[in-house]
Design a protein around this ligand. Structure first.
Ligand code: NAD
Length: 291
């Protein structure tokens, strides 16, 4: 099936990035969020990020103007009902995602494909609560969306081949690479990445190292482009904790227990870059470690 209009639910760091790449690839985008501030901020971010791409000669001025004109925002979820493809990229909480799909269902075209950008929640379970589990799958972008090459495509138990290949064509049109993952907690990338980040937080919690020594050890000692704590701040500590909880609950193995220090940062509202404080404090000119 031909996809032209894409509805994106959630205009946070992932939603704005998804809107950015979809509009540049020629899709018509409707971006929704419960927060009108988030919508306003998302458009400003897309404008700023695209302008940087123009500055670097990666995108032409004309393509940027055309892409920005393809992005419409709406605080009304049901406006997304006529989309060919919906990508849900709201907060990583199952009840939030479930409620979004429930509210959207009566307004959808019979052909609309529903997807979630969830980092960890069961696609099969989300799909089972809709009227179209065969047209439901995981569409998992990496952060920052305009830069990262990979998209994980996750089939639920009922996802049909037509749905998979329609989503795969979208990934191809974006010029990105799709990896097919089975629907088990956290899929491929986060199943491997999050326990490493959680272990870095344990290393901090137990005093084996401080923020700086842990991050520089992994950068210089393992050749990672970012340290694990810097990366956790970038992803969002609430998202990291939510993924660890999904791994812990879904696989029932104590090796996935979230570090109490990660929980404490989230309880403090220190969620990383998006709140200007996490393992680093970003409120000044340069990031300062908080431990
Ligand atoms: P975020 O906190 O930056 O943004 C979430 C947005 O969802 C907020 O703007 C919030 O207002 C909005 N929202 C909440 N409830 C809503 C509702 N009912 N309807 C519409 N909008 C609603 O989070 P994020 O980092 O963009 O993550 C979004 C999703 O993407 C999560 O499922 C997360 O697991 C996934 N994801 C995140 C990353 C990452 O690195 N941050 C990477 C891949 C996937």
């Amino acid at each position: 099936m031909e996809i032209q209009t894409i509805g994106i639910v959630g205009a946070g760091q992932m939603g704005n990035g998804i809107a950015h790449v979809m509009a540049l690839a020629g899709y018509d985008v409707q971006l929704n969020d419960v927060s009108t501030d988030a919508l306003k901020q998302a458009v400003e971010l897309v404008e700023g990020n695209m302008a940087r791409q123009v500055g670097r000669g990666k995108v032409s001025e004309a393509d940027m103007t055309a892409a920005l004109a393809r992005i419409k925002t709406t605080p009304t979820l049901t406006d997304l009902g006529q989309s060919d493809l919906v990508i849900e990229a709201a907060t990583e909480r199952e009840t939030v995602k479930q409620a979004i799909f429930e509210d959207l269902l009566p307004h959808l075209k019979p052909t609309t494909i529903l997807t979630s950008n969830t980092s960890s929640i069961s696609i099969t379970r989300l799909a089972s609560r809709t009227d179209r589990p065969e047209k439901f799958m995981g569409f998992h972008f990496m952060n920052p969306v305009p830069v990262m090459q990979l998209v994980e495509l996750i089939r639920g138990i009922a996802t049909d081949e037509e749905t998979f290949s329609a989503c795969k064509q979208v990934v191809d049109k974006l010029g990105k690479t799709a990896a097919s993952a089975e629907d088990f907690p956290a899929f491929i990338v986060n199943r491997i990445l999050m326990p490493m980040i959680n272990e870095a937080v344990y290393t901090l919690y137990e005093g084996v190292g401080n923020v700086q020594s842990i991050d520089s050890s992994m950068k210089l000692g393992a050749n990672h482009p970012m340290g694990p704590l810097e990366l956790a701040d970038f992803i969002g500590l609430d998202t990291c904790l939510a993924i660890m909880n999904v791994l812990h609950d879904g696989l029932a193995d104590t090796k996935y227990r979230p570090c109490p220090l990660l929980t404490k940062y989230v309880e403090a509202g220190w969620l990383g870059r998006k709140t200007q404080r996490g393992f680093y404090d970003y409120r000044g000119d340069a990031p300062v470690p908080t431990r």
